[in-house]
Every structure is written in C-alpha cells, then in structure tokens.
Design a protein around this ligand. Sequence first.
Ligand code: ZN
Length: 118
Amino acid sequence: MAERGRIKKLLEQAEEALGMNNRVRIVLYPMKYKVASVSLKSKIIRINRNFVSDFDDKELYYVLVHELIHIKIASLSHGEKFYEVLNRLFSLDETEEIENGIVKKLLGAGISTKKWLT
Ligand SMILES: [Zn+2]
C-alpha cells in the first residue's frame, strides 16, 4: 500500500528531527473523528486510515511530529514542555496554518471536532 511507504518515510524524518530512535510503530486504523492518536505505553501511533490519503506530506508530517512529541516527553498534555519541542520544528504561524488546513479538510468531510488529535 502506497500510503504505508509514505507514512514510514515521514515517520523516519520526524523521528530524526526530534532525535528519537526507531521505536515507534504506526498502525492505520479507522476512527470516526480523530486524525491520529497515540499510546504512550505501547509506543504505537494510530493514523486514521479513512483520512490519510486526504492529507499532504506536510500535514501528515505535522501529525506524526505531534504524536511523537507525546512519546518523547512521556505525557499526553499540551503544556509548556510540549510546545517548547513543537516550536523548535514549527513556528506558531506554521502550526496555525497547518492546523487550519487540516480542520478545513475535516469540515469538508463533515467532521466538526476540536479533538482531532491526541
Ligand atoms: Zn496531542
């Protein structure tokens, strides 16, 4: 499946950017609202297989970085520590632009939620 190779490549790039080793697994999984979620315990990132092809590389990369940061800081919170790491890779403007693009695509698919990422 082509998407798998694309995700794997983006995951490697994201892990490298965050200085992480290759310990994270990706599972493509159907979800109703979420684009992605993460399990800190099993180090598995779930990507919503229903949306994955709608997102471009930049958006998928952003989503992977987001979930990897949770694993890196060993926390699901979006506190100071989370944003300190995120903002090393994405400026606030970039973050806003990418998130708005993703939300627009979700709305286009009839999905209105603020909790599209874990
Ligand atoms: Zn999160």
